[in-house]
Write a protein that binds this ligand. Structure first.
Ligand SMILES: *[C@@H]1O[C@H](CO)[C@@H](O)[C@H](O)[C@H]1NC(C)=O
Ligand SMILES: *[C@@H]1O[C@H](CO)[C@@H](O)[C@H](O)[C@H]1NC(C)=O
Length: 507
């Protein structure tokens, strides 16, 4: 009896302690009324059903089946089965109290051949999913291109390397406006073109796996890291502009939505206050953010890129520049962490082995000799550095005009494996680090709004643990734990409880 009382006492102390921890300093009511709080996903990472209902293969289906490309030897086929479980997952969103959800439409599910005949079963699926979201009061934010290019277009004209893609992409986008635009009010043309250009065509770690023979002789069969990333990015930018132009001319007036794109942006701080590191830090921002935002806002690439990349950087004709400039209604920012920047512009080997990253002439470090940029985490690459999100928002406000911004991804991956059943997942379920992350980033984001930044929403990456590209299932990012050993069952982590408390209306 006494023992039992003691246990109950200990349990209540633990519960009390953990409730305290889960209680955040701020609440959603501190944010503007029309602010969106959501979670994120993408088709390949979530849907599964890779060969069902007429879907064609994407470049990621192909890439993930090449041995050695995905760290845990998994493939893109199953995701977390959201194709079949979206009703159940919408209940999780409801339970959290989120009012929005980021999903992407799989291009090869709508056009198995990239263009031509529409696959009606694919259209039916997204109609059902979008209707179910809207019925529950959850605003769909729809990404049109989240990396799953139809393999047919890769085979036909090398995908993003060819400007032929612009008309096929625009046709896919317009089809989506026609089919879903009566209910979808937030269109995102691309997710992280920087990542595709650099990981797909410079490092070769992601689909379609291109890179130069040097410096990665064992890795890629094909590619040119000095040139291809810039061509691909150029075609992305022009494709966005073409889709935005169509949307604005033919749909926006009737449907009343808006169209933007998503960029991934680290924040950068000079490692020392030397002139060289300060200049290198600006270059890092230009090469990551300015590469895209400069064309979209000013109609041309940043001057630091033009001078360092030279003739390898494509040029916008006057007509192209005119359609690209001003083509964003908003920008989505995927922001996870901050790094110190050290100048590396004089590195001779790197100047010979030209590629998009070394063109930046900078190295990114979490430690500058005396300080860590933030708390190190179990992801190994995300450091909890909340000031960065505020600085980044202000940088965009001051440099690019006060464009509406959505934080379309933010969060913390946990290195893991898919082999851990939920009963052994205490460490992952008890994710206090993830709670520390969001409960420090949100006040900093709120501070940026008070600074005058036009921030409109925050989407936690991610709703569920999921298939994280070349990392396979080995990086768990969800508010919900997925038990891959037991039929992909979902379990709330502590961070889900924390987010729910944060979103709960207080009185
Ligand atoms: C895709 O192309 C193949 C070969 O050209 C054709 O047989 C098939 O009917 C096409 N499918 C669709 C959905 O357009
Ligand atoms: C490292 O950065 C911190 C600020 O984040 C700064 O106070 C410190 O002086 C820097 N260290 C060096 C060696 O410059």
């Amino acid at each position: 009896m006494a023992l039992k009382t003691n246990i109950i006492l200990i349990l209540s102390v633990v519960v009390l302690f953990e409730t305290q921890l889960c209680k955040s300093e701020i609440n959603r009511i501190d944010f503007p009324n029309d602010f969106y709080f959501g979670t994120g996903s993408s088709a390949i990472q979530y849907e599964g059903a890779a060969e069902e209902d007429g879907k064609g293969p994407s470049v990621w289906d192909t890439f993930s089946h090449i041995p050695g490309k995905i760290t845990d030897l998994s493939t893109s086929g199953i995701g977390v089965d959201q194709y079949h479980r979206y009703q159940e997952d919408i209940q999780l969103m409801k339970d959290l109290g989120t009012n929005s959800y980021r999903l992407s439409i799989s291009w090869p599910r709508i056009f198995p051949n990239g263009s031509g005949e529409i696959n009606q079963a694919g259209v039916d699926h997204y109609n059902k999913f979008i209707n179910a979201l809207v019925a529950e009061g959850i605003e769909p934010f729809v990404t049109l291109y989240h990396w799953d290019l139809p393999q047919v277009l890769e085979d036909k004209y090398n995908g993003w390397l060819s400007s032929e893609i612009i008309k096929d992409y625009a046709n896919f986008a317009e089809t989506c406006f026609q089919k879903f635009g009566d209910r979808v009010k937030f269109w995102i043309t691309m997710n992280e073109p920087y990542t595709v250009a650099v990981q797909g065509y410079d490092f070769g770690r992601q689909a379609p796996g291109h890179c130069s023979l040097l410096p990665s002789p064992l890795f890629c069969k094909i590619g040119n890291s000095a040139i291809e990333p810039y061509i691909v990015a150029h075609n992305f930018i022009r494709s966005h502009a073409a889709a935005a132009d169509i949307y604005r001319k033919r749909y926006k007036g009737i449907q009343g939505g808006s169209i933007g794109t998503i960029l991934n942006a680290l924040w950068f701080v000079p490692a020392t206050n030397t002139e060289r590191d300060i200049v290198a830090t600006q270059r890092a921002k230009d090469f990551m953010i300015g590469w895209f935002l400069d064309p979209f806002v000013f109609g041309d690439y940043p001057s630091s890129m033009k001078s360092r990349v030279g003739i390898r950087l494509p040029k916008f004709s006057q007509a192209e520049s005119a359609i690209v400039k001003g083509s964003l209604d908003f920008v989505g920012i995927n922001h996870f962490t901050t790094y110190y920047v050290k100048d590396d512009s004089m590195n001779i080997t790197k100047r010979i082995l030209k590629d998009a990253l070394t063109d930046t002439g900078a190295v990114f470090l979490p430690f500058n000799g005396t300080h860590f940029i933030g708390e190190m985490t179990n992801s190994l690459w995300v450091f909890i550095a909340p000031e960065g999100i505020r600085s980044l928002m202000n940088y965009i406000r001051l440099k690019y005009g006060n464009l509406p911004i959505f934080i379309t991804e933010s969060g913390l991956p946990d290195l893991s494996t898919r082999l851990i059943p939920v009963r052994h997942a205490y460490f992952y379920l008890n994710d206090l680090q993830r709670i520390r992350y969001h409960s420090s980033y949100l006040p900093s984001l709120l501070a940026s709004i008070k600074d005058g930044c036009n921030v409109k929403g925050y989407f936690v990456w991610a709703l569920l643990d999921n298939w994280e590209w070349d990392n396979g299932y080995s990086a768990r990012t969800g508010l919900y734990y997925v038990d891959y050993t037991d039929n992909l069952k979902r379990y709330p982590k502590k961070s889900a409880v924390w987010y729910k408390n944060f979103l709960k209306p207080t009185n």
